[in-house]
Design a protein around this ligand. Structure first.
Ligand code: SF4
Length: 220
């Protein structure tokens, strides 16, 4: 049994140090950011749950359908999806089996690996996935209502945070410019397009930075 909240736990922290303790949180910007992200996570989970329930799906089935809609075929494999969602392959495998049984997904042979299968949406699966892909718009409307400068800072801040978590091994897949070997940050510091992509040989403005680029290759 763990130590009571006011006594140090195994990591030496007490409830008084907790980011969820309103007193601690009040004095610590980092704690407020984490608590805010947690609140947004609840909302996002709630929105996906609502969509899933309305269509007799589980949340992971919703994510599988949307991923198959937006990703190139080579990424539409159970192993890839499991890495992306940070869940086990059997979890994705069960979700896919259910989607196949519902006539929303089909499995095709994967030429490069006979043990793997490529997943493809059926026409009914595509139609549903296109509808489901709208679920994030509620939140986007509110993000769009923020002043442009704040929106850009929020985007960069979140990208930097994801990059840091990826470097620490806590996020497995993130195909962002910030962690790409082709990315040259601030090559032209005084320009409106300060960054540069060596692959497409073009300068990039902050708004051009990508969160999910199919050509991304992780920096060493
Ligand atoms: S290849 Fe894609 S992710 Fe990499 S720097 Fe260029 S645009 Fe960004």
């Amino acid at each position: 049994m763990g130590a009571p909240g006011w006594l140090p736990g195994e990591n030496g922290h007490t409830f008084m140090d907790s980011i969820f303790n309103p007193e601690t949180q009040h004095q610590d910007v980092g704690a407020k950011v984490v608590a805010a992200l947690e609140r947004l996570t609840h909302l996002l989970r709630h929105l996906v749950w609502n969509e899933a329930k309305a269509h007799g799906l589980s949340p992971i089935q919703v994510h599988v359908l949307i991923s198959l809609l937006v990703h190139e075929p080579a990424r539409c494999r159970i192993s890839q999806l499991a890495r992306e969602f940070q869940v086990t392959q059997p979890t994705v495998s069960d979700a896919v089996a259910s989607l196949v049984a519902k006539g929303l997904v089909v499995k095709r042979p994967f030429p490069a690996d006979r043990r793997a299968a490529l997943l493809e949406l059926t026409p009914a699966g595509r139609k549903l996935a296109e509808h489901l892909a709208e679920w994030g718009h509620v939140l986007k409307t509110h993000v769009d209502a923020l002043p442009a400068e704040m929106r850009h800072e929020l985007m960069i801040g979140l990208m930097e945070l994801i990059a840091s978590l990826q470097r620490a091994g806590l996020i497995e897949v993130a195909r962002m410019c910030l962690t790409c070997r082709f990315f040259q940050p601030n090559r032209f510091p005084s320009r409106e397009t300060p960054h540069y992509c060596l692959l497409i040989e073009r300068p990039l403005a902050v708004t051009h930075l990508r969160l999910d680029c199919p050509e991304q290759e992780p920096a060493a």
